[in-house]
Design a binder for this molecule. Structure first.
Ligand SMILES: Cc1cc2nc3c(=O)[nH]c(=O)nc-3n(C[C@H](O)[C@H](O)[C@H](O)COP(=O)(O)OP(=O)(O)OC[C@H]3O[C@@H](n4cnc5c(N)ncnc54)[C@H](O)[C@@H]3O)c2cc1C
Length: 292
């Protein structure tokens, strides 16, 4: 591992002020679960490392004015243990609890998962269906952007020396017969510390009286450069009654999504089967005993 200078600010503003005076590249280190491996392997060789893991102002989880706000330094252990996230954003709670092992969840942060931008990052499909926004600050100032745009990259993507400070998303509240349902699932290899081979999240408004899906948002990961929303599926199932016929329609649609995303890839056949199994797992979690 190449030697580098190490900075440990006591506040975000002190950190940003420090890096705006540095003319070399600076990388933030939070949980270190992705970065340390890259540093050790020589894949990244920053001149400076800024430790943000001890900044208390990045570690909150709270509800504020109809939105859940999560500091980028919140670990997946904190997120999976949060009653607020479990009650109001179950898909993110489930995603957090399925990241790696207990040791990884104790260190790995939501901000690190976003910045690392793995196609298989487990929080990312959940953030897409929650329609999350991301706040970032850097030497050029502060901005708040939809997560979907940030992950698409380009000018709106995370720029060098930009620190993710916060992730926020609206709370969907149930009303009368309309329930809010949310779920996350993944397919990985057998070990507890595996990266997902496929992951998927969904948020639904469900009319419990008529057993119909009013609106839904679905997103899938590990099928392309970045996770993506399944807007065609969302339109196709709008207003439909939940039963085994609809479950099959959803599984068939998702098989088509795999065919479009990775045609001819060695993993195509495996993922065609895997996504069907994942769809049934998610639907059974959402609608126990209703698919028969
Ligand atoms: C054994 C193992 C198992 C894993 N299993 C999973 C899994 O099941 N699911 C999954 O999604 N991931 C998994 N990961 C990957 C990793 O744990 C996650 O991506 C984690 O969320 C990264 O967070 P971190 O705080 O450790 O990031 P770090 O390693 O500290 O940083 C990662 C990158 O993000 C940047 N960064 C960190 N925080 C910020 C910030 N606030 N603002 C801007 N840039 C920032 C860093 O500069 C670096 O480039 C696994 C990793 C290992 C080693």
């Amino acid at each position: 591992m190449q030697k580098c200078q190490f900075i440990c600010p006591s506040t975000v503003s002190e950190g940003i002020e420090t890096i705006s005076r540095i003319n070399e590249d600076v990388l933030f280190i939070s949980g270190g679960t992705d970065l340390v491996i890259k540093l050790q392997g020589g894949q990244v060789k920053p001149a400076w490392l800024m430790d943000i893991s001890l900044l208390p102002e990045l570690k909150f989880i709270k509800e504020d004015d109809g939105r859940i706000r999560i500091g980028s330094g919140a670990t997946f252990a904190q997120i999976s243990e949060s009653d607020l996230v479990r009650e109001k954003a179950r898909c993110l709670s489930q995603a957090a609890s399925q990241v790696g092992s207990a040791q990884i969840r104790n260190r790995a942060t939501l901000g690190g998962n976003i910045a690392n931008a793995s196609p298989a990052g487990d929080s990312l499909p959940a953030l897409l269906v929650l329609e999350a926004w991301v706040s970032v600050i850097g030497p050029q100032g502060f901005r708040r952007v939809p997560f979907a745009q940030l992950q698409a990259g380009g000018d709106v993507g995370l720029q060098g020396k930009e620190l993710i400070t916060e992730i926020d998303f609206p709370v969907w509240e149930p009303q009368g017969n309309v329930q809010i349902l949310s779920v996350f699932g993944k397919v990985g290899s057998r070990t507890a510390v595996s990266i997902a081979r496929l992951n998927m999240a969904a948020m639904l408004e469900f009319d419990a009286e008529n057993q119909r899906i009013l609106n839904s948002r679905w997103a899938v990961g590990a099928l392309g450069r970045t996770p993506f929303r399944l807007e065609e599926l969302e339109r196709e199932i709008q207003g439909k009654r939940i039963n085994s016929v609809l479950a099959q329609e959803i599984a068939d649609h998702l098989t088509g999504v795999v065919d479009q995303a990775i045609p001819g890839r060695a993993s195509q056949e495996y993922k065609r089967q895997a996504i069907r199994g994942l769809a049934y797992d998610l639907l059974e979690d959402l609608f126990p005993l209703k698919l028969g």
